[in-house]
Write a protein that binds this ligand. Structure first.
Ligand SMILES: Cc1cc2nc3c(=O)[nH]c(=O)nc-3n(C[C@H](O)[C@H](O)[C@H](O)COP(=O)(O)OP(=O)(O)OC[C@H]3O[C@@H](n4cnc5c(N)ncnc54)[C@H](O)[C@@H]3O)c2cc1C
Length: 392
């Protein structure tokens, strides 16, 4: 098992986390990335304390912390009244409870930390322009086929090739992802363009009927990340299409002017129609296993997709280094990850329905329930989520 490398399809956050985890155990890894250049889209990402447990395990804790903005609050605003519903303080009791802070980071900065660490590892080879199209296996090795016609031989294959995973197609074969009908628009603006009275050190969510707005500072407060989402029953998956402001505003004509105005400060908007999948548990086929969005794509409403992908990488490395055979290691990884990621997939949908997008009495109930919780109650509620570390 030691002489051939592990092959990882996909050089996103999940694939690189898995590569670093395996390399730390002395396992050689080849990452095959479809894109000609390794990179991430220019937008922000929220990181719960569980992400920092993963960074530390993977040996990139200090570098990741150096890129992060440590927000003070998770703040929930009512997009109809323009008033705060509640906020969760992310101060000392929060950090003490979960052993780490909550932060926001530019995706490109974070991905850069992963790439640098991978390049510095003698166990990791990063290859770009390598689109994986399928695999064959014989019980002791896996032959990975590329679109170019080349084949790459490995002891095992990890499918970390995202939402539209080719490896999942072969392992699970459950058709295309579910189109949610929710359209997200993203913009990153210089901090000066954000109104001063909204330059909060918080991950802020304005929740309205069938729509919401998220904003937070990034990259040492140089820029603000704006993400606005509208449930408009969009029928087709779309990724990264440039759109004008008028199109973005269409979904927000019914919300308070204070919320609407935030959108007017954006520029260079890009559109995504969001997809997810039903949870499945058959992530492993012989020496092939799925990881990250390839295994459990979810709506973004728990802000945990990338955090789960990193936890997967940590768990995979731990499982393989504590089991004697490939079959036992991969099965242990699968068994430890399925229920937590299933919960995250289902909770993400539920958060959309009950927190981000309700209207009328449903929204009033949300306001009542969420504003009546004390901080100790919030910490208790969030324990299952931020108390995890991929090793449970
Ligand atoms: C609007 C939005 C906001 C989000 N916010 C957050 C957040 O705040 N916090 C959080 O934790 N998560 C968040 N997420 C989720 C997060 O972005 C994803 O869960 C995470 O990026 C998944 O990482 P991954 O490596 O599994 O997949 P991906 O990031 O999709 O990476 C897959 C990689 O595989 C490559 N690839 C694809 N096909 C092939 C192939 N055939 N061969 C080789 N390579 C291939 C791709 O080019 C890519 O590099 C958000 C998602 C969205 C849409």
């Amino acid at each position: 098992m030691a002489s051939l490398p592990f092959i990882i399809a996909g050089g996103g956050i999940g694939g690189l986390a898995a590569a670093l985890g395996l390399a730390q155990k002395g396992i050689d890894v080849v990452v095959l990335e479809k894109a000609p250049v390794l990179g991430e889209i220019g937008a922000g990402i929220q990181l719960g304390p569980n992400a920092f447990h993963s960074f530390d395990y993977l040996g990139i804790g200090d570098a990741a912390r150096a890129m992060a903005v440590f927000v003070d609050q998770l703040r929930l605003m009512d997009a109809m009244s323009g008033e705060e519903i509640c906020h969760i303080p992310l101060d000392a009791p929060f950090r003490a409870r979960f052993g780490n802070p909550y932060a926001v980071v530019h995706r490109g900065d974070l991905h850069g930390v992963f790439i640098k660490a991978c390049r510095e590892s003698p166990h990791i080879t990063l290859r770009t322009g390598c689109e994986v199209v399928g695999y064959e296996q014989d019980g002791s090795s896996v032959t990975v086929r590329l679109a170019s016609g080349e084949t790459v031989l490995g002891v095992a294959l990890i499918g970390a090739d995202g939402l539209w995973s080719k490896i999942r197609k072969q392992v699970v074969n459950d058709g295309p992802p579910r189109v949610s009908g929710h359209t997200t628009y993203r913009s990153v603006i210089p901090t000066e363009r954000m109104p001063e009275d909204l330059r909060w050190n918080a991950a802020t969510l304005w929740a309205g009927p069938k729509c919401h707005i998220v904003h937070y500072p990034l990259s040492g407060w140089k820029v603000f990340n704006l993400v606005v989402t509208y449930h408009n029953d969009a029928p087709e998956p779309v990724a990264g299409k440039p759109v004008d402001e008028a199109e973005v505003l269409k979904g927000f004509t019914h919300v308070h002017p204070r919320a609407q105005d935030i959108i007017r400060h954006g520029s260079d908007w890009k559109l995504w129609v969001l997809c997810d999948r039903e949870p499945v548990e058959n992530w492993v086929d012989g020496h092939v296993a799925l990881l990250g969005d390839a295994a459990h794509p979810m709506m973004q409403y728990m802000a945990q997709g990338a955090c789960m992908a990193m936890e997967d990488g940590v768990c995979l490395a731990d499982a393989l280094s504590t089991h004697d055979t490939m079959a036992a290691g991969l099965e242990n990884y699968r068994a430890r990850r399925v229920l937590r990621t299933t919960r995250m997939q289902l909770m993400s949908r539920a958060m959309g329905d009950h927190v981000y997008h309700p209207a009328g009495p449903h929204a009033s109930l949300r306001n009542e329930l969420m504003s009546s919780k004390s901080q100790p109650q919030w910490l208790e509620t969030l324990d299952w989520l931020y108390g995890g570390n991929g090793l449970d």
